[in-house]
Design a protein around this ligand. Structure first.
Ligand code: HEM
Length: 202
């Protein structure tokens, strides 16, 4: 398979994974949590898509430490595919919230941001993911040059932390979930910052 075909397969797998995520969430449908009744389909789906966007972002963050600590080449090949899947899920997450919950009503959007300051961390994470996705096509990488591209793509690390803040600062956040993500992302950031002595930095 040539590079173009490999990339096409990668994107296709990302789309299939995204569709599977949405399909699975719709299949199990809105679930009651503790004493609270089941949320609306829009809130349920927005939560599910947010959760899975963070899960795929965490998988993307694991690629470089995995490559450094195992010497395997495949994690580097999968980083772009995993990252674009996280981006696709984050786009769906924001769209379901904007259209499904806020009916694209800008006043309601503004009111929600005023009422829930943790949404700002979601917005900052999303703006980073848009920047990373926009600087992924080969033509853009060539125009940016390797050094500047690497600088831009190091933004994925603060994006992981911003997504955790977005999750953790929610009133009814599931502590087990966001603490689990926070520990995992902290471990990955440590493993990225302190690669084994033999490995050159990216
Ligand atoms: C403009 C950007 C964003 C907005 C406005 C936003 C909005 C929201 C809202 C309103 C919720 C609560 C669910 C609901 O009431 O519908 C939520 C939950 C969540 N969001 Fe976001 N979000 C944004 C970006 C992101 C991004 C980029 C990620 C991850 C990459 C993310 C990850 C999450 C997670 C993990 C949850 C919690 C899900 C759960 O409790 O299971 N969000 N977001």
């Amino acid at each position: 398979m040539n590079e173009g075909q490999k990339a096409a397969v990668g994107y296709a797998l990302g789309l299939v994974a995204t569709a599977a995520q949405v399909g699975y969430s719709l299949w199990i449908g809105p679930q009651p949590k503790a004493e609270q009744p089941a949320p609306s389909l829009a809130v349920w789906l927005a939560n599910q898509l947010g959760f899975w966007a963070l899960a795929w972002l965490t998988a993307t963050l694991a690629c470089t430490p995995l490559r450094h600590w195992t010497g395997a080449k495949w994690p580097a090949l999968w980083r772009k595919r995993l990252g674009l899947t996280a981006f696709a899920l984050a786009c769906l997450h924001v769209t379901v919230w904007l259209v499904g919950e806020k009916r694209a009503d800008l006043a309601a959007v503004g009111a929600d941001f005023a009422e829930k300051p943790w949404l700002v961390f979601g917005l900052m994470t999303f703006l980073v993911l848009v920047t990373l996705a926009a600087t992924t096509p080969t033509v853009v990488v060539k125009r940016l040059g390797g050094v500047r591209w690497r600088q831009v793509h190091r933004l994925i690390y603060p994006a992981g932390l911003l997504a955790i803040l977005h999750y953790a600062l929610r009133e009814d956040a599931d502590a087990q979930h966001w603490i689990g993500f926070a520990l995992l992302i902290s471990l990955l950031l440590w493993a990225r910052r302190y690669p084994p002595a033999t490995k050159t930095s990216r």
